[in-house]
Design a protein around this ligand. Structure first.
Ligand SMILES: NC(=O)c1ccc[n+]([C@@H]2O[C@H](COP(=O)([O-])OP(=O)(O)OC[C@H]3O[C@@H](n4cnc5c(N)ncnc54)[C@H](O)[C@@H]3O)[C@@H](O)[C@H]2O)c1
Length: 381
């Protein structure tokens, strides 16, 4: 099979830039795909951060601190951008204007205004594929819940709960980095960091919040600034969003939570859908386990626990009894992005990466949540 090679540039060589490089390096894990990404250019704020890439990724031939050099490179067809939130609007808009396909990181703009600038650039360039990174729906348990929802297997939805919980900020000695500062992370705080991950599946399934009552908390009021001084914290630690959803044929509550301080939860993403004919729960804490409860009137109500086989959106070499993890979900998400880039609507499986419109809905929700916190009122989204 001849493979279509997609030459990528990576802008932002930190935690997530490396994850992408690693996913591209083990493309051989995926079976029977007629496309493959090659990373040819990398860019970071400091050259030092590009060294790991130059040493480990043989296809890299440009390493720079100037992101425009990547965008000016005619051989670069697509870019992955993973930089602090205050740079999203400028970098994403420039990439789209330069005609590069873009997989950008969430939250896709530091605030609503920045997000709208990105969405406007997307509309001005329909020839460019623009998607936002969100890998959790590609975990087999989550993917199965998405399949059930598409097949309308839940009956009447009773309620949906989705969350993403971290706990490392419980330690008051944890220094402030850019992800905890207003200027670089934005006023959304934990919602900007974690919120699109929580919303991606509900939005894709058509469960769009109509209104929100938010409870936002700041739990640790000062932290070391990295140079030994204690500095006031500026961003929200935890958010609980009580939303109502009204679709064509039903209305139900949607509870969303994003927490940096959920004691004991290292990186827990979860979704719980309760319905009259089927309920289901999946959490990354037990990544193999999918709990579900099918129901017909008069039946016993007993939760079943399924050890999910290693079934993924895109088939892989891994045997079905083996466990699936974070980096597998990243690989699957990349396959979805490249598949859509090459095959458009004829992509191999239906779950594509988060769209700019979905990020826009998330920004409208987070902006309404800030207003709800300020006023104590329920706000229409
Ligand atoms: N999908 C996920 O699970 C996930 C996880 C963590 C972070 N993220 C998102 O990824 C993005 C980056 O987060 P990270 O954890 O990789 O951050 P990081 O701090 O590890 O890396 C940020 C990178 O941006 C680069 N950078 C900063 N200013 C730059 C400039 N002017 N020009 C070029 N490069 C510049 C830095 O050099 C660094 O390499 C954020 O949007 C974040 O929300 C996503």
């Amino acid at each position: 099979m001849t493979k279509r090679i997609i030459n990528f540039g990576i802008i932002g060589c930190g935690l997530m830039g490396r994850e992408f490089a690693s996913a591209a390096a083990r493309w051989l894990h995926l079976l029977d795909l007629d496309f493959e990404p090659h990373i040819v250019a990398v860019c970071a704020q400091h050259m030092k951060s590009t060294e790991w890439f130059s040493q480990n990724v043989p296809t890299v031939r440009l390493a720079t601190t100037d992101y425009r050099a990547v965008l000016d490179d005619p051989e670069v067809e697509a870019v992955y951008i993973a930089v602090p939130h205050n740079l999203h609007a400028q970098f994403y808009v420039d990439a789209i204007d330069a005609g590069k396909h873009l997989l950008g990181e969430k939250p896709f703009g530091i605030d609503l205004q920045a997000n709208e600038a990105i969405v406007a650039a997307v509309h001005a360039h329909p020839e460019v594929l623009v998607r936002c990174s969100s890998q959790f729906p590609f975990l087999p348990g989550a993917y199965r819940i998405g399949q059930w929802a598409r097949e309308r297997g839940f009956g009447k939805v009773i309620e949906v709960e989705a969350g993403f919980w971290h706990s490392s900020d419980l330690d008051p000695q944890r220094p402030l980095n850019w992800k905890r500062r207003l200027k670089t992370n934005g006023e959304y705080g934990c919602m900007g960091d974690l919120g699109l991950h929580v919303l991606h599946m509900p939005l894709r399934l058509g469960w769009v919040p109509r209104s929100v009552r938010a409870l936002l908390s700041r739990i640790v009021n000062e932290r070391p600034d990295g140079e030994g001084e204690l500095t006031p914290t500026e961003t929200w630690d935890n958010a609980i969003l009580a939303c109502d959803v009204e679709t064509e044929d039903q209305a139900f509550p949607l509870m969303l939570s994003t927490k940096r301080i959920a004691p004991g939860h290292g990186n827990t993403w979860f979704i719980r859908v309760l319905g009259t004919e089927l309920s289901a729960f999946f959490a990354t804490q037990n990544p193999k386990q999918l709990a579900y409860l099918p129901y017909s009137p008069g039946d016993v109500q007993a939760w079943r626990m399924l050890d999910m086989p290693h079934t993924s959106a895109y088939p892989v070499i891994t045997g079905s009894i083996f466990e699936f993890g974070f980096s597998d979900a990243i690989l699957q998400m990349w396959a979805a992005f490249c598949d859509e880039l090459v095959h458009g609507p004829d992509m191999q499986q239906p779950f594509h990466c988060a769209t700019p419109e979905e990020t826009h809905l998330s920004h409208r929700l987070f902006t309404a949540a800030l207003e709800s916190q300020r006023t104590g009122n329920t706000i229409l989204v």
